[in-house]
Design a protein around this ligand. Structure first.
Ligand code: CP
Length: 365
């Protein structure tokens, strides 16, 4: 991607979701991410932007990608990083999330990165502390940096398809304007904070979003978020520029969901025959209607891309051949996550620092 005009200033010390941001505020984060992207390509992958600052990861729910990505992003900005491991913390003695956050802030931490199984957890933390807060996924609510890295990856791929040289399409994408781009989000949308952040971010930037799945996982009520709900995946396959496949979150579907096995495990025939979730009759039927198989991938339009936020249920929502195939940008999403998280940490910590300076100045007067 190329450089464009300076973005609007970023006004918040907390990034809690994309639903409450304006298009210009979303563009400011993406613009800042673009400016940080080249750092990961240097032999010394560091800039001094957050030297002397401390970032704390407060992850009360499992994570591979997001936790490591925030850690690396903070390190690339030269911040120190500390990790709260919820399973061995005083949370297990009944300490509340706000008391935990206040104690960690009292150690001189500048930014809290919060993941929690409850929607609203990051907002709660942001209400009680004065430092920066970044939501790393709260329940079914939002996962803003995942939404942003998906959008960043989509724009990067759209630009790569354009002929060399200036054009209105290139100028539009360079401004993070997704007018005319159509994105399918497929699968367990009701359980998905990633879907909510994607729908908000994509529609604000001008894209058309189709949410695709059975009525139990993609109910018509989602249309209040600004997307269109479609139940026939095959009918729209050839009409979209990107397909973002979501994990079936069996763990959020109650006891019956456990029959499917852990994420990443193959759906053995016996298990696939078992009731996998109260949301659909069997994994076999789900795969027939909604999995991104090689046959479906072959019907996507030329240049259409495949994304997945991870972790993947290979063989359920996405086939191995597609996840590892030429349309897949799944690992590029992970790479772009670093630049996006560097931007989120840098912007929010900068605002928190300015607010703290203003409080100090006011207390002296
Ligand atoms: N995409 C995502 O949030 O992955 P993790 O749960 O591994 O962080």
């Amino acid at each position: 991607m190329t450089e464009d005009a300076a973005p609007a200033p970023w006004p918040y010390r907390a990034l809690l979701g994309l639903q409450d941001l304006s298009a210009e505020e979303i563009r400011t984060i993406l613009h800042t991410a673009r400016s940080f992207a080249e750092v990961s390509g240097r032999s010394v992958k560091k800039v001094p932007a957050l030297r002397g600052k401390v970032v704390a990861n407060l992850f009360f729910e499992d994570s591979t990608r997001t936790r490591l990505s925030f850690t690396l992003a903070a390190q690339r900005l030269s911040a120190d990083v500390i990790d709260l491991t919820a399973s061995t913390s005083s949370v297990n003695k009944g300490e509340s999330i706000d008391d935990t956050a206040l104690n960690i802030e009292a150690m001189g931490v500048d930014c809290l990165v919060v993941r929690h199984r409850a929607g609203g957890a990051a907002a709660l933390v942001a209400r009680v502390v004065d430092c920066a807060v970044v939501n790393a996924g709260d329940g079914r609510h939002e996962h803003p940096t995942q939404g942003l890295l998906d959008i960043y990856t989509l724009i990067e791929a759209q630009m790569a398809r354009l002929p060399a040289g200036p054009s209105p399409a290139r100028q539009r994408l360079d401004r993070f304007d997704l007018t005319g781009v159509r994105v399918a989000i497929v699968g367990d949308i009701v359980s998905s904070r990633v879907a909510r952040s994607n729908i908000a971010g994509l529609t604000k930037l001008g894209a058309e979003v189709l949410c695709i799945g059975p009525t139990t996982l993609a109910p018509r009520s989602l249309e209040s978020l600004g997307c269109k709900v479609v139940h026939d995946f095959d009918a729209v396959l050839s009409e979209v520029d990107a397909v973002n496949m979501l994990r079936i979150q069996f763990e959020r579907h109650g006891e019956a969901g456990k029959a499917a096995g852990p994420p990443g495990s193959k759906p053995e025939p016996a298990r696939a025959e078992a009731a996998a979730s109260p949301a659909f009759p069997s994994i076999r039927e789900y795969v027939q209607s909604y999995a991104l198989t090689p046959q479906r991938a072959a019907r996507l339009r030329p240049g259409a891309i495949v994304m997945h936020p991870g972790p993947m249920n290979r063989g359920i929502e996405i086939a191995d051949e597609v996840a590892d195939g030429p349309r897949s940008l799944i690992f590029r999403q992970v790479t772009n996550g670093l630049a996006v998280r560097m931007a989120a940490l840098y912007l929010c910590t900068g605002v928190a620092e300015r607010e703290e300076a203003a409080r100090l100045a006011a207390s002296r007067n």
